[in-house]
Every structure is written in C-alpha cells, then in structure tokens.
Design a protein around this ligand. Structure first.
Ligand code: PMP
Length: 429
C-alpha cells in the first residue's frame, strides 16, 4: 500500500498528538545492519535507530535467532513465576551498573522505568517534591510528563508531583554560558542550592537527571557538573536518579552507564530502549536499600517477560563481545570531527555537541542564536530524500540528532557526513 493511503488511515484512527517525521511520513518494513527499507522500496542509512532503540543494528542473526528460539518455546508466563532469562539479565545489569548491592526491576518502557524510580524515591523520602533538569524528557505517564522540562512535551499544570527545574549544564543558551568550565559548574551548583533553599518546601525526594539530555538536543554538561550537583544534593540527603534510557549501554563511548562515567554514583539508574534492540523492555537498577523500600506487593504483568529478557541477554552478549562501547567512542569522535568541519563553513550550524554516538547539531538563523526551526525540518526532509534518516530534538525543535546503531562503521559515518554536508550547505535557511 502506498504511504499516502496508510497515512490517511493513520490520521483517521490515531491521535493528532502522535509526532510523525517528514512531509509525507514513511513506513519502514525491513532492516539489515544499519540500513532500512521503506514500503515503497527505498533504502535508507538509519542514523536514528528508531529513537535509539535499535542499539546494535537491524536483523543481527544472533539476536534474531535468540528471539525466534524463545518465541518457539514460551512467550509469556508473568512475574508470578520464575523466569530464568530475567534473573540472568538482572544479575548482569546489577553488576554492570557498578551500584553497590544492586537489584533490578523490569518493566516495558522508559516511561515505566522512570515512573518506578520516582515511586521509589518519593516513597523512600516521604516527599512528592522532585527536582528535574530544564530541557529534560522522561516519558509520557502522569508522573514522568510532570518531570519533563520541554514545553510541548510536558503538562505541568496537571502535575501530581511538585517539580522544580534546575540548570541542565546546557551551555549554549545559558545565562552562565560565557563562564569558563569551572565557573560555569560552580554557578549551576550555586543555583541548585538556592533553588533547594528558596523554591522548595524542603525535604526534596530526588533530582531526576539525564547525564546527556536526549530529546533536549544532546545537551552535554562540562566535566565536573554532576559531581558538583551531587555534592549539593548530598548536603540535603536528596537522591540522584540517573535516567539512562538514551545514554546507557556504552553509547556515550566513555562508560557503560554515563553517570558513573561522569564521576558520580547515582542512587538509581533507569534504562530501556537499546536493551531489547527493539523489543520493548525497560527497568530500574538500584541498591537493595532503595529498591526494597517500596514494601508493597507489586507486579508488572509483562515486565521482564521471557521474550524481552531473551532479547536483552542476546543484545548484551552482542554488545559486550563486539566491544561496541569502544566503537561508539571511535565512530562518535569521527562523526563529531566531521560535523565540526562542516559547521566551520556553515553559518546555519550554531553548535555541534554530544558524547560518543549521541550527537546534536543545533541550527540557528545565521549570525544569531535564534532557533532555525523551519530550516531544521527542511534538513531532516532533504536528508531523507538523499537516503539518510536522522532525528530532531532540542528545546525549540532545532537540533538534529545523529545516533546510529553502535555497530556503525567509519565508512557509513562518511556516507552520512557527505549527505549532511550537502544538505546543510545548500538548504534554504
Ligand atoms: N527517558 C528518556 C531519557 C527518554 O529519552 C525516553 C524516551 N525518549 C523516556 C524516558 C521514555 O521512554 P519510552 O518512550 O520507552 O516510554
């Protein structure tokens, strides 16, 4: 069926607030490695990985086979019964997290993972006051929407939580942006302390933070940012939840989870997206003291189900045995260097930033810092027409997001860079 007809049916039956990419949305029907094919037979280089969920590439034989084998045995049993692959995956994630005496609870999505972490922190601290970073994205449930700091994605007027926003470490549009790193970090930490002292009623439960903001446009704080923030939180006994739904699994190239890599041990880490390489799975890892504080009986009917956890085990195996963190570091650096070279001759690019394979290209009206939103949409569309899929984000929707699967090669990165060079230098501004 042509895309236009499917799109027409989609609009009839699906909510208007479901975001679709492109002037004429496409249906992806097949994938192999870092390439996908649409319903009309066009092939694309996939540099967004279905919102970073296709972590190691499409149709990886080892993973496809593990999923097929489990599907042939048992799809579902529920958390009322022991599930071998669930326990095995939990053991491995607990160890990889580096958190002391850690336990894992599995759910089906990033939203539920963050919701669970919020439940733990608010329960433990007996407070519904939460700090979140400006420009954050944490999901679309009642609690996670409340803690989401991007207008257009959040709905704080109806918040079940008392959320106060603090500095994210995003320098480009910060009033502290002109300071050097040390002074910038000190200013952010001072602001955090002032906000805790003056804008909350005390007894804040937690700070919920993405180490590298995803939907926010890959705002990447400078070295020392999270240690300085954590020192302030510690003075008040406020917990730190690291939302690693995008930044986990070595994608930043620096460490398996990004927050420990920034020099801080968080109180809990949330994860999802890449773990199932596209099969829905999410979870929270936290030390026993926090994880077990919930006390109540709790189940997740399909959380950590046999199929999802078999996919998780196979994906982790693949990730670790191919040392994809090192690849993310290497190809990420190559992409970053290439994009910065493009930016040098292109006034449409305000900033190129990120870490590993989380790269943001912020587009501005040349000569200003005004967000170039329409041009961003044109770049996205022009890249697609030339066979490259990338993402979009940022506080104003003017940041290109370049996040290929972690198996991406330097040759594929060069192919993407050639498309981006052409598009960024020729697109109507
Ligand atoms: N946290 C972060 C950091 C995310 O990027 C996302 C999804 N973009 C979520 C939570 C929510 O995850 P999901 O869409 O799987 O519910």
């Amino acid at each position: 069926m042509p895309h236009a007809e499917l799109w027409q049916r989609h609009r009839q039956v699906m909510p208007s607030w479901m975001q679709l990419y492109y002037d004429e949305p496409i249906e992806l029907v097949r994938g192999s490695g870092r390439r996908v094919t649409d319903g009309e037979g066009r092939e694309y280089l996939d540099f967004f990985g279905g919102l970073l969920a296709t972590m190691v590439g499409h149709d990886i034989p080892e993973i496809t086979e593990a999923i097929r084998a489990q599907a042939g045995r048992l799809l579902h049993s529920s958390t009322l019964y022991l599930i071998r692959s669930q326990v095995e995956l939990a053991e491995r994630i607990a160890k990889l997290s580096g958190l002391p005496d850690a336990k894992v609870f599995f759910v089906n999505s990033g939203t539920e993972a963050v919701e669970t972490a919020l439940l733990l922190a608010t329960q433990r601290r007996r407070s519904h006051q939460v700090l979140a970073l400006r420009g954050s994205y944490h999901g679309r449930s009642f609690g996670t929407v409340a803690a989401t700091g991007i207008r257009g994605w959040s709905a704080t007027a109806l918040s079940p939580l008392a959320v106060t926003y603090v500095h994210s470490g995003y320098r480009y549009r910060s009033p502290f942006g002109h300071l050097d790193d040390a002074a910038f970090v000190a200013a952010c930490a001072d602001e955090l302390r002032t906000i805790i002292e003056t804008s909350t009623a005390g007894d804040v439960a937690c700070l919920l933070a993405e180490p590298v903001q995803g939907a926010g446009g890959f705002a990447t704080p400078p070295e020392g940012f999270f240690p300085a923030m954590k020192a302030v939180l510690d003075d008040y006994g406020i917990l730190l939840i690291s939302d690693e739904v995008q930044s986990g699994w070595g994608r930043t190239g620096r460490s398996f989870f990004a927050m420990p890599g920034s020099g801080v041990t968080p109180d809990a880490i949330t994860f999802a997206k890449g773990l199932g390489n596209g099969v829905a799975i999410g979870g929270v890892v936290a030390p026993t003291g926090l994880m077990d504080c919930l006390g109540a009986n709790s189940i997740s009917t399909a959380g950590g189900n046999p199929l999802a956890t078999a996919a998780g085990v196979a994906t982790l195996d693949y990730l670790l045995s191919h040392d994809l963190q090192a690849n993310a570091d290497k190809v990420g650096e190559h992409l970053m260097t290439g994009l910065r070279a493009i930016a040098d001759g292109c006034p449409l690019v305000g900033e190129v930033r990120g870490m590993g394979l989380m790269i943001g290209v912020e587009l501005v009206v040349p000569g200003t810092r005004e967000p170039a939103v329409a041009a961003t949409l044109r770049v996205l569309e022009a890249a697609r027409q030339r066979g490259l899929l990338i993402g979009r984000g940022g506080l104003h929707g003017n940041v290109l997001r370049v996040t290929p699967p972690m198996t991406v090669t330097v040759a594929e990165a060069d192919e993407a860079l050639a498309v981006l060079r052409e598009v960024l230098t020729t697109v109507e501004r």
